[in-house]
Design a protein around this ligand. Structure first.
Ligand SMILES: [Zn+2]
Length: 181
């Protein structure tokens, strides 16, 4: 899969597009076939909606361990999380950061830092967080009826929303390590 361009910019793989901005409930292969919040798959249609990860691509990236930025595999690669999440209580698991952003390649993280306004902002105000991930667990976020009604206009309490990344074991790294200094 080739990265999708918008003008000159390469758009992160999990970003949704305005042409995909509708929702429905359907069984999801990346959530063990359970009902999940889904969107049509039309990357490149319309304009990119940076703050809204595509429901299906987000789960697919988590499930198949694909890079958030380029969509290619992270198997046999250094795992990097650029989520800002701080540790919190994850029921049944312990006290860990729970990230909605899939992990990235080191070079993709460096590239993102050069182009992504929100990462640049985090770098400027000292909140940028770069973690090398050694161990993680995926947690399905379950939606309540109000949420599925709001998004998909259907009552589907317990449908899966995002797959989240519980970061069990990681080391903090800096932009030099990332290759972006
Ligand atoms: Zn990548």
């Amino acid at each position: 899969m080739a990265p999708v361009k918008y003008g000159q910019a390469t758009i992160p793989w999990t970003v949704s597009w305005s042409g995909e901005d509708s929702f429905f409930i359907a069984p999801c292969p990346y959530a063990a076939g359970r009902p999940a919040l889904c969107q049509p798959e039309r990357p490149g249609d319309g304009r990119p909606l940076f703050a809204k990860p595509h429901s299906c691509r987000q789960r697919k990236a988590m499930f198949h361990r694909l890079c958030d930025i380029c969509g290619r595999t992270l198997h046999a690669h250094t795992l990097v999380s650029m989520s800002q999440e701080s540790p919190r209580e994850v029921p049944g698991l312990g006290f860990f950061p729970l990230a909605v952003e899939p992990m990235v390649h080191r070079h993709c993280g460096a590239e993102a830092l050069r182009h992504c306004p929100s990462l640049k902002r985090q770098q400027a105000n000292g909140t940028l967080r770069i973690r090398q991930v050694f161990q993680f667990k995926l947690i399905a976020q379950l939606l309540n009826e109000a949420a599925t009604k709001e998004f998909a206009g259907a009552s589907a309490s317990g449908a899966v929303g995002h797959l989240k990344l519980a970061i069990i074991k990681a080391t903090d790294r800096d932009i030099k390590w990332l290759g972006a200094a």
